[in-house]
Design a protein around this ligand. Structure first.
Ligand code: BG6
Length: 478
């Protein structure tokens, strides 16, 4: 039974962010660290998509080809000075991932790689020393290629064992340092990009792809439940969330067919949270399995485990919305589903439609459905910034952020319980969707271009001071 926090609600109702609100930013290891094979690290999945999620898997890195992730923004060696900048902005939380391949380079070793463990020890110490809590994603498109090539990745039940071993090692090692965890980044992107999310590389002759993906999802749900179980045992005072990409879709018009299909489309994402937060497969999924001729193999004990070990909170990314017309094929990218443009909304340089009210809508929708604390752990604007006389003026980023934070505040007034807010890419990093540096989200500019040229110098953009002020006033000044 959930305890209703009256005081928290009252403060929220009056339009205040909670005192313990976790302001901060979020990145993923593979998009910022670089040093992609340093100190025993193995090859991860993301490194085999040099042009990002929009393009295809290209196999092992080829000599002579440029790979943005090879050095990324060199966070691996520069994290101390970058953390100073986060501290200057007043961050309370910093979300990053542990790159699985630094700990288990191939994925199936019995013993972890000590150098990788030490790197994250040092990183977490540095964050804590600066008053910043780490929020750690266990798998952010960084499945070891060893597991993809040798086992077929998550289509194989053995992955549960490898993932669980990895979780046990990092929970034990960082039990005093990390109290906030996320099991899989944007797990619902499995329905859009199962290759990038989980290394599901289809064979030419594989006709029933839905079967493969639903089966892989099942393995990930069991692994998620086992991670929750381990986390409760090893770090009883930690919280472990699940995560969705939750940019929303509206019906394009009031044609009931469009409205119904939109609900169906939304449930293709929500089904993941339904399983991980409610603890059971919802009825509509059994129908989808039936209609798609899927037979999902489960071991005895899987369903009770999923029932018993549900996540503590729901983390989600929110960037944009789109609309759906009757009969339109379903398609999407890092930002979510891609349908028909919405004439009421403006569009970013990369074609993502900006919809702050949709953020409030999504927060209310998810809270109504699950009644667990929510954590927007990705939200932000990717833009082509220009350096003029050594300065970056980015009022468009401030506008985006202000509008979204105002809607977040309204959602809190609506009674939604929100743990914090982590802006995506507070420092420029490599885009997951396109593999570019040019698509910049940061408050901190990194001098590097799409061809890899640049000094890697960090420069504060105008938005840096604006976000610092927001945090300093706990969101009172927006
Ligand atoms: C999310 C991912 O889907 O969107 C991030 O979790 C990604 O890894 C972010 O970077 C923004 O997408 P993009 O394509 O602009 O980098």
């Amino acid at each position: 039974m959930m305890k209703f926090d009256n005081e928290r609600f009252n403060r929220g109702y009056q339009g205040h962010f909670p005192e313990d609100f976790l302001w901060g930013g979020a990145v993923a290891a593979n998009q910022c660290e670089g040093s992609w094979l340093a100190e025993g690290k193995g090859l991860d999945l993301a490194s085999c998509f040099p042009d990002g999620i929009h393009h295809q898997y290209r196999g092992h890195p080829q000599p002579g080809r440029y790979y943005a992730l090879e050095n990324a923004i060199d966070f691996y060696r520069r994290y101390k000075s970058d953390i100073q900048l986060f501290r200057e902005m007043g961050f309370k939380v910093f979300r990053t991932s542990i790159n699985w391949t630094r700990i288990f380079p191939q994925g199936d070793e019995q013993q972890p790689n000590e150098a990788g463990l030490q790197f994250y020890d040092d990183l977490f110490d540095e964050l804590l020393k600066n008053g910043i809590q780490p929020l750690i994603t266990l798998s952010h498109y960084e499945t070891p290629m060893g597991l993809v090539e040798k086992y077929g990745s998550w289509r194989n039940r053995k992955l549960i064992e490898f993932y669980t071993r990895y979780c046990e090692v990092v929970f034990t090692r960082y039990r005093e340092k990390v109290k906030l965890w996320i099991t899989f980044n944007e797990i619902n992107n499995m329905r859009r990009n199962p290759d990038y999310v989980a290394g599901i590389l289809f064979r030419e002759d594989e006709t029933n792809r839905a079967q493969v993906v639903y089966q892989a999802n099942h393995h990930m749900f069991v692994a998620n439940a086992k991670a929750v179980q381990l986390c409760r045992e090893i770090i009883p005072d930690a919280k472990i969330g699940c995560m969705l990409a939750s940019s929303n879709v509206y019906p394009n018009n009031c044609d009931p067919v469009a409205v119904f299909e939109t609900q169906d489309l939304r449930r293709r994402s929500l089904y993941f949270a339904d399983v991980m937060l409610r603890g059971y497969y919802p009825g509509y999924i059994y129908r989808q399995w039936h209609d798609n001729h899927c037979h999902i193999e489960m071991a005895e004990g899987d369903l009770p485990l999923i029932k018993q070990y549900t996540n503590d909170f729901l983390a989600f990314s929110y960037y944009k919305t789109t609309t759906h017309e009757a009969g339109q094929p379903f398609f999407g990218d890092t930002g979510g589903d891609i349908g028909t443009p919405n004439p009421w909304l403006k569009t970013s340089d990369w074609g993502w439609q900006i919809d702050p009210l949709g953020f409030r809508y999504t927060l209310n929708e998810l809270w109504d459905r699950y009644q667990v604390p929510l954590f927007p752990v990705e939200n932000g604007l990717g833009a082509a910034d220009k350096v003029e006389d050594g300065k970056i003026h980015d009022p468009y980023r401030v506008d985006y952020l202000r509008a979204h934070l105002q809607c977040l505040k309204e959602a809190i007034r609506d009674g939604v319980e929100v743990m914090g807010y982590a802006y995506w890419g507070p420092i420029d990093i490599v885009s997951a969707g396109t593999g570019e540096m040019k698509k910049r989200y940061g408050f901190i500019y990194v001098d590097k271009d799409n061809a890899g040229q640049g000094t890697l110098q960090r420069i504060k953009k105008d938005s840096f001071e604006w976000y610092r002020r927001v945090i300093a006033t706990n969101g009172a000044e927006l």
